[in-house]
Design a protein around this ligand. Structure first.
Ligand SMILES: *Cc1c(COP(=O)(O)O)cnc(C)c1O
Length: 368
């Protein structure tokens, strides 16, 4: 089954006699005791099972676990590690998960943050107690590209677990398991949900091994699970994911090219630009470059804020992956020690007509 077909038919589990075309939402928290039945909704329910099966197939894994947010999915991985474990993570890691490691696991896990655009830095950071390598490519918000296959080889050699945050690429453009990763992580809040109205997260595993069983235990006992409604809406949204991603990537590529040529712009970060340092690795491991880009405005944070306030169609808000274009001066949403430049603007390029988006950006840049 091709991706577009799987996205539409893969998340639909119909068992009723009435044979509805769309799977109903099962709100019941509990199930009648009988052989092989589901028991309690925190452990499993029909809508979550449909979503997990769909995610498993989209990312070429053996199993998937859905969570109530991307952070809950990431934290479940860290909770499954033995105390005293060391992990290597990217210097441009999603700030919320970076904060989770540093705050929630302070004194429990050791971590080193390195620039993974050079795989050599990952090798150098390995220690005898390194248990896990965390990867994020393209990264948030600098759109750094790391070589998944090269880092997977390093991980295999060291006997560590490689987890790849695939939120920016989505399975439409990149499949980390096929490139050697052990676990794929997603914030389903972003492109999977696609309409800025669902929180969710997911993990997909290559193998149902003992580490995965621990993660399943964290999911069940920690209980950070999505509701049947959330799972239903995610299955519904994923039906259009392949077509939405094509539109997002087309618009982001065009906006990146436009910004590159503009005298008010200092730099543009989008892996689809030939001038991006990660372009050749991105071309090798991705079939499209995604819908998010960042750029630096000349004349600092004040000019960046001014630009954003001049826009009509790009809403000044955090998050990404929705049909509506969102924009923010990213450092404002991160913590005080952030490495993100103060004049960096991150754009989630939406599915409005491209002409409207380009004209809006043009007039807003002209006015600063
Ligand atoms: C948003 C995001 C997360 C966290 O997901 P939530 O759903 O907000 O908890 C993790 N990784 C990346 C790359 C993200 O963009």
């Amino acid at each position: 089954m091709k991706l577009e077909t799987l996205a539409i038919h893969g998340g639909n589990q119909i068992s009723e006699k009435e044979k509805p075309v769309v799977q109903p939402i099962t709100l019941s928290t509990t199930f009648m005791h009988q052989e092989d039945s589901m028991v309690y909704s925190r452990a499993n329910n029909p809508n979550r099972q449909a979503l997990e099966k769909l995610l498993t197939r989209l990312e070429f894994g053996e199993d998937a676990a859905a969570f109530s947010s991307g952070n809950a999915a990431g934290v479940a991985v860290f909770q499954a590690l033995d105390p005293g474990s060391h992990l290597v993570a990217p210097d441009d890691m999603y700030h919320g998960l970076r904060a989770a490691i540093l705050d929630l696991f302070d004194g429990v896990l050791e971590v080193d943050f390195v620039d993974m655009t050079d795989p050599e830095n990952v090798s150098k950071a390995l220690k005898p107690n390194t248990k896990l390598i965390w990867l994020e490519t393209p990264s948030n918000p600098l759109l750094k590209i790391s070589d998944i296959h090269a880092i997977a080889e390093i991980s295999k050699g060291a006997g560590t677990i490689l987890v790849s945050d695939n939120t920016f690429a989505t399975p439409v453009f990149q499949n980390p398991i096929l490139l050697g990763a052990d676990i794929v992580m997603h914030s389903s809040t972003k492109f999977f949900g696609g309409h800025s109205d669902i929180m969710g997260g997911a993990l997909i595993t290559k193998k149902e091994d003992s580490f995965w069983k621990k993660i399943r235990n964290v999911q069940k006992m920690g209980g950070a699970v999505p509701s049947p409604m959330d799972c239903y809406f995610l299955c519904r949204s994923i039906k259009t994911l392949p077509y939405r991603m094509k539109g997002h990537a087309e618009h982001a590529g065009q906006l990146a090219t436009f910004l590159m040529a503009h005298p008010g712009v200092e730099a543009v970060y989008y892996p689809g630009l030939v001038s991006h340092p990660g372009y050749s690795v991105a071309s090798k491991q991705m079939s499209g470059f995604g819908g998010v880009l960042s750029f630096l405005v000349k004349n600092g944070a004040e000019a960046a804020d001014h630009l954003i306030s001049n826009l009509k169609y790009f809403t000044n808000a955090t998050s990404l992956g929705g049909v509506e274009s969102l924009i923010e001066r990213r450092a404002e949403s991160e913590n005080a020690e952030t490495l993100t430049p103060q004049n960096l603007i991150r754009v989630s390029v939406g599915l409005e007509h491209l002409d409207d988006l380009l004209a809006d950006m043009d007039q807003a840049l002209a006015a600063i």
